[in-house]
Design a binder for this molecule. Structure first.
Ligand code: SAM
Length: 203
């Protein structure tokens, strides 16, 4: 019997597998954030599906960051984040149901959006309810059609919802939600590994 994404990642948090995931995502996330924060004098920040909160802890140290908030559906992940970091805000909520009190300048997310049955709904929700005018959404994903080695992950991990989509569908979803200047690229491509697919756009 397969488990929901949140159930699986709660199990991971309980046995410390979140720290391995952090190491695995670090290189791609650093490069995404370098791109997304370049030239920003001041910005507020949300990590959508923040896991144990490691990106919030890193980004909140930047002098330009005025406010950093992490949201994740897994209580085990959020309890861990809150335990390590008392300074920033963390919320345990489904991303589709949550809205920030104040809209932000930058929303980042790594390895989260394909865990939704309807990713277009999530992208539109973030555009409409999380982002200010002149802001950015940037997402990174290793599970996508062109990255053939990732196709076996739903079986390997036993996760019930994993939407396998090609790069051009992700771009279409951003444009349909209203994003401008939509761009995509890959980070860390090597033999048999297409790299992290990055998709971003401005509101
Ligand atoms: C692969 S992990 C990535 C965590 C983090 N971004 C990182 O790079 O370490 C995916 C995360 O998405 C969260 N997630 C999955 N579905 C969710 C949902 N519907 N609402 C909120 N969080 C969700 C999981 O709990 C998990 O922490």
């Amino acid at each position: 019997m397969k488990k929901t994404p949140v159930e699986v990642f709660s199990d991971w948090a309980k046995v410390g597998k979140d720290f391995g995931m952090q190491q695995g995502h670090k290189n791609s996330v650093e490069k995404m954030l370098q791109f997304a924060t370049k030239g920003l004098k001041k910005f507020s920040f949300i990590d959508a599906g923040c896991g144990n909160g490691w990106v919030i802890r890193d980004v909140s140290k930047l002098v330009e960051c005025t406010n950093a908030t992490g949201v994740d559906g897994s209580l085990d992940m959020i309890m861990k984040a809150k335990d390590i970091d008392r300074n920033n805000s963390y919320f345990c909520r489904d991303l589709l149901e949550w809205k920030p009190k104040d809209k932000v300048d930058l929303v980042h997310s790594m390895e989260v959006f394909y865990y939704f049955k309807n990713p277009l709904k999530l992208i539109s929700h973030i555009y409409d309810n999380w982002l200010k005018i002149n802001s950015r959404l940037i997402i990174g994903m290793d599970f996508y059609s062109e990255n053939k080695v990732s196709h076996s992950w739903p079986e390997k991990t036993g996760v019930s919802i994993m939407e396998l989509l090609p790069e051009n569908t992700w771009i279409k979803y951003f444009k349909e939600s209203g994003f401008k200047n939509v761009e995509s690229w890959r980070i860390g491509k090597s033999e048999n590994w297409e790299g992290t697919l990055v998709v971003t756009g401005n509101k």
